[in-house]
Design a binder for this molecule. Structure first.
Ligand code: SF4
Ligand code: SF4
Length: 428
């Protein structure tokens, strides 16, 4: 429990830094892009308000329990405020310092704790996810989901609705460890196949391997890799996230590659943050810095490479949705669009309110289902406005979230799946 004696309410393990808090000049330019401020119009649910709360807690004027935790929990971590801030306030660093303080020092309600623990006991583990996929498929086929929809509490209803259609063949499929290009090798890269991505989005990983090989990359996909720790890092579980970061670094640094490719926006952003996460660990700081410097989103890498493989024409209007952890957190906005525009015939359009989060945000749509639903509905309405033939986004969480509210017949793909269709004629 935190104490209020004029000392900081944060413990001594990496509290939000005073200099970073002081960077905020309270101008309010970030407010219009903040999804929770858009929803509720409450100052304390804006970036400026949250920084003010952190400032008060750092001065020991408020504790971490109650309103403080509630307003920080309500933050999506979408980092739209980082993009919008003209003063360069590093809200990402502030939030990443604050969330672990809550996890360590605030007693959550037993049901909340249980639900969060259940998420982290399942999602980072591929074997457990495969077992869950078997039960999930049986459940989806049983007709029970419709019945249960009326009786489940909101969080479990959201979990059920977000479960992707389970295809067991894909859930249990494994990727080739090495894929070579037909011609000469332009780049030698390693691929993070992930945890949830590996089980529920195997086809995106397979498309990534094919597309990179077609563009002259030799792709190594180590079998022993596991979860990169992104969900835990963004939820404030920094200890377990650091353990996963170390395991991921140890796996990939052995490989003779100059680039580590990721096709999940949230994973890419956390792997680029390892440099900060492990900065104080003398055994890992340099290794984390070297590792983070090699991480690229797949669209960043493809945009770096001069296209060499012939593309088939695809006549379609494609709406591109910026995943927050790609656009706001990594600043990768032009590359996915540039890669898509290498496909002849494709009309790539942007969405209205493109900077606004869809409500997915890691585990946010599971633990905060009501605001996530409002944001999901709003994103789906914005998609319908441009009437695309396809919706494309580089994050599986966004795909699942938007699909839930976009019940129209608009297919949704990862950019590499569309490129794969153009390069290799693979059905998507
Ligand atoms: S991270 Fe997103 S939700 Fe959180 S304060 Fe910034 S803009 Fe608002
Ligand atoms: S975070 Fe940046 S944009 Fe927002 S109030 Fe502070 S200085 Fe202004």
């Amino acid at each position: 429990m935190t104490e209020l004696f004029g000392q900081s309410s944060f413990d001594s393990q990496h509290p939000p830094e005073r200099e970073l808090l002081d960077d905020c000049v309270h101008c309010g330019f970030c407010l219009p892009t903040c999804p929770t401020y858009q929803l509720w119009g409450e100052e304390m649910d804006s970036p400026r308000g949250r920084i003010y709360l952190m400032d008060l807690a750092e001065r020991g004027e408020i504790g971490l329990e109650g309103a403080f935790t509630q307003h920080i929990d309500a933050c999506l971590g979408c980092m739209a405020c980082v993009t919008a801030c003209p003063s360069g306030v590093q809200y990402d660093r502030l939030l990443e310092a604050t969330r672990p303080q809550i996890e360590r020092n605030v007693e959550r309600r037993p049901s909340d704790r249980l639900f969060r623990n259940a998420i982290f006991a399942l999602f980072p583990y591929r074997r457990r996810l495969r077992v869950a996929a078997v039960f999930g498929q049986a459940y989806q086929k049983s007709g029970l989901p419709k019945l249960m929809e009326r009786v489940l509490p909101p969080r479990l209803r959201a979990t059920q609705a977000l479960l992707p259609p389970v295809r067991l063949r894909e859930a249990f499929a494994s990727l080739p460890r090495r894929v070579r290009p037909k011609g000469s090798v332009r780049r030698r890269v390693a691929l993070l196949s992930g945890c949830v991505q590996d089980v529920f989005f195997h086809e995106v990983n397979a498309a990534t391997q094919r597309v990179l090989a077609a563009e002259g990359c030799e792709v190594l996909t180590p079998r022993q890799q596991g979860c990169c720790g992104a969900l835990e890092l963004h939820a404030g579980r920094s200890g377990s996230a650091a353990d996963r970061a170390k395991r991921t670094i140890a796996t990939f640094e052995k490989l003779p590659v100059d680039t580590i490719v990721v096709n999940v926006a949230g994973c890419g952003s956390s792997m680029k943050e390892y440099v900060h996460l492990l900065a104080d660990d003398p055994d890992w700081a340099d290794r984390a810095r070297d590792f983070s410097a090699k991480v690229r989103d797949v669209t960043e890498l493809l945009a770096e490479l001069e296209p060499q493989a012939p593309r088939r024409r695809i006549e379609a209007k494609v709406a591109y949705h910026d995943a927050c952890h790609l656009g706001h957190a990594q600043g990768v906005r032009d590359q996915p669009r540039a890669v898509l525009r290498t496909i002849p015939g494709l009309d790539v359009v942007d969405l209205p309110e493109a900077e606004l989060c869809c409500g997915s945000a890691g585990i946010y749509n599971l633990v905060q289902p009501e605001p996530a639903a409002e944001l999901g509905q709003r994103k789906a309405d914005n998609v319908r406005t441009v009437a695309p033939d396809l919706l494309v986004t580089a994050n599986p969480g966004c795909l699942l979230q938007i699909r839930r509210y976009l019940d129209d017949d608009i297919p949704m793909l990862h950019p590499v799946q569309l490129l794969d269709q153009s390069l290799n004629g693979k059905p998507t």
